[in-house]
Structures are given as structure tokens and as C-alpha cells.
Design a protein around this ligand. Structure first.
Ligand code: IPD
Ligand code: CA
Ligand code: CA
Length: 256
């Protein structure tokens, strides 16, 4: 864990410096509103090289496709910059997200939010930590005392209407809604008790694998909208402190 932590923190610091030199020709569109920069690719290449050497014969599920080779026993699930739109616009919330799976079971998760230099992590045999200190989900039981995070759809617009219905209802029944722009950070903020819950659809494994594991280790509950456990590949996600899960799921399932 220590080696991965140190490497990721240094990479985060390097990306913050390099971000200042980002030019419009370094930014491409992968989809209509889906951005990628040369620094996403740079970060992923550095991570793949380092982690591949750290665990020989390990494979990768990585957003920018630096390596697509899967390992028989170990696989890393990587988002080299989660929150690229924030990164491009200079908005301070973006993170590196790394999970390690052994035979499809997650055994390590790290989300490093670069601007605040906050590293959230968990590993098999340990608990969940933020910069070395134990973290736990919030104990709040009522949705009306809860702060909820979400992500706005920016590709699958076919589900915009149900999404907005859920948004309207939660806006009225909770203390407030936030959209940080980094799903990995949303998840670890639930783990640290800053949010009571987070929900979004249209997610990918690299957005959620590390954060979901850290959240579970901090006492939280994370499932697909349907309640199924496979949140990593399931594309929809409800993450919570446990206590507000049922109420949130009921609202989401009314519309989805
Ligand atoms: C995105 C962020 C965002 C979420 C999107 C993700 P990216 O990841 O996590 O918060 O709303 O669904 O794709 O593209 O910045 O790595
Ligand atoms: Ca992402
Ligand atoms: Ca990304």
C-alpha cells in the first residue's frame, strides 16, 4: 500500500504542475461532452508501468486503454484522472483512482484527490483511511438531514427525464444536492461522512471500483439502482452510509 500511495501522491503533484501548461490542442473529445487530455494519457501510462512492475503478470482495466491485457489472477482498475472536465477548467476537484482485484475480488482501493492532497484508501486486512487516519460513514439516519451527491448525465440523455424526477424529489427531501464532477471523490466523501449518499447512472468500472471498496470498508453500502451487488460493472450506483439507503433506493426505483 505504502508504495502505491507514495507513487500516486507524487504523480498527483506532478499533474497539478503540468496542468498549468495545458493548451487547447492538448484536449480531445472522446464523445460529445467527454474530454481527454494528453495528461490523462500521461498519468495512465505512468500508472500502468509502475503497477505492472509492482505486481508481475497483473492486467489492467484502464480508461484510456493504455493496456487492455487482463491478468489471470490480478487486475488493476484505473482512472488516471477522474474529473477531467474540472481538470480542464481549473476547478479543484479531480482524483486518481486505483483498485486492485484478485480473482475478481477487490483487495485494495485508493482515491487521491489532488488539489487537497487527500488520499483515501483501504486494503484487505485493514480498514478505511484518509491520509493515515481512520474514516467512517456518517451516522445520520434521516434523509432530510442528509447531504447527497450526484452526477449529471452527459452522454446517455435518453434517461434525462427519470433522472430529473429523482433530482426534484431528493432536492425537496434532503438537506441539499451537490455535483462535484468526480465520481471517485463523491464515493470517498460518503466514506468519510461528508455526504450521506451518492447516486449516478452511466458510470464505468474505473469511476467506482476504488471508491466503492473504500466506502464498504468505512461501513457504507453500495449497490446498483436495482439493489444488485455488482456496482463495478453495473453502470448505475447508489452509495450510502447504510441508514438512508432504503429511502433513496425507493425514490430512484419509482422513476428508473
Ligand atoms: C467522470 C466523472 C464525473 C461523472 C462521469 C464520469 P471522467 O469521469 O467521474 O463525475 O459524472 O460519469 O465519467 O470522465 O472525468 O474520468
Ligand atoms: Ca472517471
Ligand atoms: Ca478519467
Amino acid at each position: 500500500m505504502t508504495e502505491v500511495l507514495e507513487f500516486t501522491q507524487n504523480l498527483g503533484d506532478e499533474l497539478l504542475v503540468k496542468r498549468k501548461g495545458l493548451k487547447s490542442q492538448n484536449i480531445e473529445h472522446k464523445g460529445l461532452h467527454d474530454l481527454v487530455t494528453n495528461l490523462d494519457k500521461y498519468s495512465e501510462k505512468k500508472l500502468v508501468d509502475f503497477l505492472g512492475e509492482l505486481v508481475p503478470k497483473s492486467g489492467f482495466i484502464a480508461e484510456e486503454g493504455t493496456s487492455t491485457k487482463l491478468g489471470k489472477e490480478y487486475n488493476w482498475i484505473i482512472d488516471p484522472i477522474d474529473g477531467t472536465t474540472n481538470f480542464v477548467h481549473g476547478l479543484p476537484c479531480f482524483a486518481i483512482s486505483i483498485a486492485l482485484q484478485q480473482k475478481n475480488k477487490t483487495i485494495l482501493g485508493l482515491v487521491h484527490e489532488m488539489n487537497l492532497r487527500e488520499s483515501f484508501y483501504a486494503y484487505e486486512g485493514g480498514e478505511a483511511y484518509l491520509n493515515g487516519n481512520l474514516i467512517q460513514v456518517s451516522k445520520t439516519k434521516d434523509l432530510n438531514q442528509s447531504l447527497i451527491a450526484t452526477g449529471f448525465p452527459y452522454s446517455d440523455y435518453g434517461k434525462t427525464d427519470p433522472y430529473l424526477e429523482v433530482f426534484k424529489e431528493i432536492m425537496q427531501k434532503s438537506r441539499g444536492l451537490r455535483r462535484l464532477g468526480s465520481a471517485a471523490t463523491d464515493l470517498v466523501y460518503v466514506a468519510a461522512g461528508r455526504f450521506e449518499a451518492f447516486y449516478e447512472y452511466g458510470l464505468s468500472p474505473w469511476d467506482v471500483a476504488a471508491g466503492g471498496y473504500i466506502l464498504q470498508k468505512a461501513g457504507g453500502l453500495v449497490t446498483e439502482f436495482s439493489g444488485k451487488e455488482d456496482y463495478i460493472f453495473g453502470k448505475t450506483l447508489i452509495a450510502s452510509n447504510n441508514f438512508v439507503y432504503d429511502e433513496l433506493k425507493e425514490i430512484i426505483n419509482k422513476y428508473f
